[in-house]
Design a protein around this ligand. Structure first.
Ligand SMILES: [Zn+2]
Length: 69
């Protein structure tokens, strides 16, 4: 497959200042170089807004965010 595009995957930071999202994924580029996804984390309200916008979100983090909201 050609034309791989980088997707930003959004995760949840449960507390401000957390270094790792709720699911434990390391923020930044994916460890697999064949998957050019970029992982980033947000506070609860921001993640829900991003998800409502239709962006790619981590299923685990999103489920947790919806439980917490
Ligand atoms: Zn996540």
């Amino acid at each position: 497959m050609s034309g791989l595009t980088s997707t930003t995957v959004h995760h949840l930071y449960i507390r401000p200042g957390d270094l790792l999202p709720a699911c434990g994924v390391t923020p930044g580029p994916d460890r697999d170089p064949c998957i050019p996804d970029w992982h980033t984390g947000h506070a609860l309200s921001v993640l829900l807004a991003v998800a409502a916008d239709g962006a790619a979100c981590c299923t685990l983090c999103l489920e947790l965010a919806e439980t917490m909201s």
